[in-house]
Design a protein around this ligand. Structure first.
Ligand code: BYC
Length: 336
C-alpha cells in the first residue's frame, strides 16, 4: 500500500532563501551549510532559536495527536466484535501511546519537558490533529480510521523519516513501520465487512462518507495559506508540501476504494489525464479551522477525557517515582 521507500526529493524547499538571522554569523553559517548539504542536526549541535521553536511546535502537535488519537478508537475496545479484533485494536491503541512517548522524548532533547508539553495540551493552548475531534459511531469507523486516517498519517510521516532533526527523524522510522500495520489491519477489517451482509456494507460506506473529507483536511491548509510550510521545508523539517501530500493520498486511495467496493463521496473526483492525477472537490476549510480552534464536535469531550485520565494516573506516577527513589537510595547504600 504505502511503503517505507516512499520517494522524498532531496532539494525540496531549498529554493526559498534562508530567513535573515540575528544569531552568531559563524554558527549560523555552519548550520545553514549542514542544512544545505542535507545533513542531520543533533541535540548537542548549535541551532538557531527559530529552528528549535519550529521543531517543538510541530513535534508538540504531532505527539498530542498520537495521544488524543487513542481516544476515539479506545472507545471501541470493549465493543470489538471478536477476540481477534479486540487484540488487534488494543495493540494499535497501545502503539499510538508509544508514538506519543517517542515524540515527547524527541521534544525533551530540544529542552521542552514532557510536563511543559502536557500542560500545553491540557490547557487547550497546544494543537493536535483536527481528525480526532469527530465521533466513532460504528465498528466500521474503526476500520476506516485504520485505512484512511492512518493511511493519511503514513503519507505525511514517511517524509519525516528524512527530517533534518536527528531524534525526530529516527523516531519516525519506527512510527511509520507501526502505522503501516495499522493501515493494513483497518483495510483488512473493512474487506471482511464488505464480504458480509448488506447492512455491514452500508455501515462501511456510511463511515467512508463521514471520514473522507476530514482525512483530506488532515494534511493541513492549502500551501498558499500555510504560514509554516516554506520555512519548515527550507530547514528540511517538512520535505513535501501539504497539497502535494494530499494529492498523493487521493491518488493512492482511489484504487484501494475500488478494490474495497466503496464510493468516495466526491462527485468531482476524476482522473485528469493532463495532470496524471485525480482532481477532487472543495474541502470545507471553515469547518477545518473551527475544529482546529476548539469548536469541532468532540473537542471538549476529548480534552476532558484526557485531563481526567492524567489526573487519575497521578498515583501511578507518584508510585513510580517513589520506587525509583527507593532503588537509588538502595544502590547508594550498597556502593558505600
Ligand atoms: N489539525 O502552516 P501549517 C496520527 C495547524 S495523526 C490541527 O501547514 P505546519 C495518528 C498547524 O499546526 C497525524 N492543526 O503548519 C493516526 C499550524 O498551527 P500553529 C498527526 C493543524 O506545521 C492514527 C496551522 O494549522 N501527524 O499520527 O507546517 C491514530 C497552520 O498549518 C492541522 C502529524 O502531526 C490539523 N490537521 O504543517 C493515532 C504529523 N493541520 O502550530 C494517531 C506532523 C495544520 O502555527 N505534523 N494545523 O499554531 C506535520 O506534518 C505538520 O504539523 C502539519 C501542519 C502538516 C500537520
Amino acid at each position: 500500500m504505502y511503503t517505507q521507500s516512499f520517494n522524498v526529493p532531496d532539494g525540496a524547499g531549498k529554493t526559498v532563501p534562508l530567513a535573515p538571522s540575528t544569531e552568531d554569523p559563524a554558527l549560523q553559517a555552519a548550520f545553514d551549510a549542514r542544512i544545505d548539504a542535507d545533513g542531520r542536526i543533533e541535540p548537542q549541535d548549535w541551532m538557531p532559536e527559530a529552528y528549535r521553536k519550529t521543531l517543538v511546535r510541530q513535534i508538540s502537535q504531532h505527539a498530542h495527536s498520537e495521544i488524543v488519537g487513542m481516544l476515539p478508537e479506545g472507545n471501541w475496545i470493549s465493543r470489538a466484535p471478536s477476540l481477534k479484533r479486540k487484540a488487534i485494536l488494543i495493540a494499535k491503541v497501545q502503539d499510538e501511546g508509544g508514538h506519543g512517548l517517542y515524540l515527547y522524548s524527541a521534544a525533551e532533547t530540544l529542552g521542552t519537558s514532557r510536563d511543559q508539553m502536557l500542560e500545553g495540551l491540557h490547557s487547550g493552548r497546544a494543537k493536535y490533529s483536527s481528525i480526532f475531534n469527530y465521533p466513532t459511531l460504528t465498528w466500521a469507523d474503526v476500520g476506516v480510521i485504520g485505512w484512511l486516517v492512518d493511511g493519511a498519517a503514513i503519507m505525511n510521516q514517511v517524509p519525516l523519516c528524512r527530517c533534518s532533526y536527528g531524534p525526530y527523524a529516527r523516531a519516525m522510522v519506527r512510527v511509520c513501520k507501526e502505522e503501516s500495520f495499522h493501515q493494513r489491519q483497518g483495510y483488512e477489517a473493512l474487506l471482511v465487512m464488505m464480504q458480509g451482509t448488506a447492512e455491514q456494507r452500508e455501515m462501511v460506506q456510511d463511515a467512508v462518507n463521514r471520514w473522507w473529507w476530514k482525512c483530506l483536511a488532515m494534511f493541513g491548509p492549502p500551501d498558499a495559506d500555510s504560514p509554516n510550510s516554506a520555512q519548515g521545508m527550507r530547514w528540511g523539517i517538512k520535505r513535501v508540501s501539504n497539497d502535494e501530500l494530499r494529492q498523493k493520498f487521493v491518488d493512492a486511495t482511489v484504487p484501494q476504494a475500488r478494490v474495497l467496493g466503496v464510493t468516495l463521496p466526491d462527485p468531482d473526483l476524476k482522473w485528469n489525464e493532463e495532470r496524471q492525477h485525480y482532481d477532487y472537490g472543495q474541502i470545507d476549510w471553515n469547518e477545518f479551522w473551527e475544529t482546529v480552534n476548539g469548536n469541532g464536535p468532540c473537542n471538549k469531550e476529548r480534552l476532558a477525557t484526557r485531563v481526567k485520565a492524567h489526573n487519575e494516573g497521578q498515583w501511578v506516577r507518584d508510585a513510580a517515582l517513589a520506587y525509583a527513589e527507593k532503588q537509588k537510595a538502595r544502590s547508594i547504600k550498597e556502593a558505600a
